[in-house]
Design a protein around this ligand. Structure first.
Ligand code: NAD
Length: 295
């Protein structure tokens, strides 16, 4: 099966990124959101990012025009009637996602493949929303989508080999390296990264070292581009908390239990870079150790 038209559901941070890399790969990308303003914002954001590339000389104006012409705004699920692949990127809510897939299943052609970009919901628990679960798959991009090179493909219990092969080709054309994972909590990256982050939180709570020293140690000693606390602030402590909660529930392993200090920071609204404070303080415009609380 050859994919030509793709319908992206949710024009937020991830959906817009997926529409961008899809259009750059030559696919006709339909970008849908329940909020028309989100579609406009998403497309304007893509145009801005590509314009920067043209200004820097890494892209021609002609390539920008071609990519932008392939992005079709949509405010109706009915526009998915003749697409070959759906990629869903709405809020991380299983009921919402199942509801959307159920509606799309009645609209899309029978051979259309359904993919979800969920970071933590079991793929099989979403696949039940469609009649033919062999065409359902997890397609987990990383943020920011145009920059991050990986796409994890997640095999739900009934996903067919053909579905995996078709979606792998699409992701690779979008410039991503693909890996295939079973449908387990956290898949590959979030599972292993979370285990590392939990160990970092334990080191902090045991007084092994400061936040800054743990980050420095892991950057220089383990060759990570960001320390575990810096990365948690970048991703968002709320996201981190939710992923850990899912892993804890999924594996029933206390190792993944979100630490109390993480829970308190989230409750206090200190979610990392996006709120100005997390494990570090960014309110001055630079990353500084926090002086207002003792860890
Ligand atoms: N942000 C990340 O780093 C990241 C990384 C990998 C995967 N994900 C996953 O991608 C998905 C989207 O995350 P995001 O960060 O782009 O979220 P976001 O909040 O930026 O965007 C979500 C979009 O979904 C839209 N939406 C809500 N209900 C809808 C509906 N009924 N129909 C159509 N659109 C609807 C919203 O209007 C919004 O524009 C989530 O499942 C998330 O777990 C996020």
């Amino acid at each position: 099966m050859e994919v030509k038209k793709i319908f992206v559901v949710g024009a937020g941070f991830m959906g817009a990124g997926i529409a961008q890399v899809g259009a750059q790969a030559g696919y006709e990308m339909h970008l849908y959101d329940i909020a028309p303003a989100a579609v406009e914002k998403g497309i304007a954001g893509i145009n801005k990012l590509l314009t920067k590339k043209v200004d820097k000389g890494s892209m021609t104006q002609e390539a920008l025009d071609e990519a932008m012409a392939l992005i079709k705004p949509s405010t109706s699920l009915d526009d998915a009637a003749d697409v070959d692949l759906v990629i869903e990127a709405v809020y991380e809510n299983a009921d919402l996602k199942r509801d959307i897939f159920g509606k799309l299943d009645a609209i899309c052609k029978p051979e259309c493949i359904m993919a979800t970009n969920t970071s933590s919901i079991p793929i099989t628990s979403l696949a039940v929303a469609v009649k033919d679960q062999s065409r359902f798959i997890g397609m987990h991009f990383f943020s920011p989508v145009p920059v991050m090179r990986l796409c994890e493909l997640i095999r739900a219990i009934k996903t067919s080999d053909e579905t995996i092969a078709v979606v792998a080709e699409v992701a690779q054309k979008m410039g991503k390296t693909t890996v295939v994972a079973k449908d387990v909590p956290g898949f590959i990256v979030n599972r292993i990264n979370s285990a590392l982050r939990c160990e970092a939180y334990k080191c902090l709570l045991e007084g092994v070292a400061s936040i800054e020293d743990i980050d420095t140690a892991m950057k220089l000693g383990a060759n990570l581009p960001m320390g575990p606390f810096e990365l948690a602030d970048f991703v968002g402590l709320d996201v981190n908390y939710n992923v850990l909660s899912q892993l804890y529930a999924g594996y029933k392993n206390p190792h993944f239990a979100p630490s109390l200090i993480l829970e308190k920071l989230v409750t206090a609204g200190d979610l990392g870079r996006k709120t100005g404070k997390g494990w570090y303080d960014y309110t001055s415009g630079e990353k500084k150790p926090r002086t207002d609380i003792k860890f």
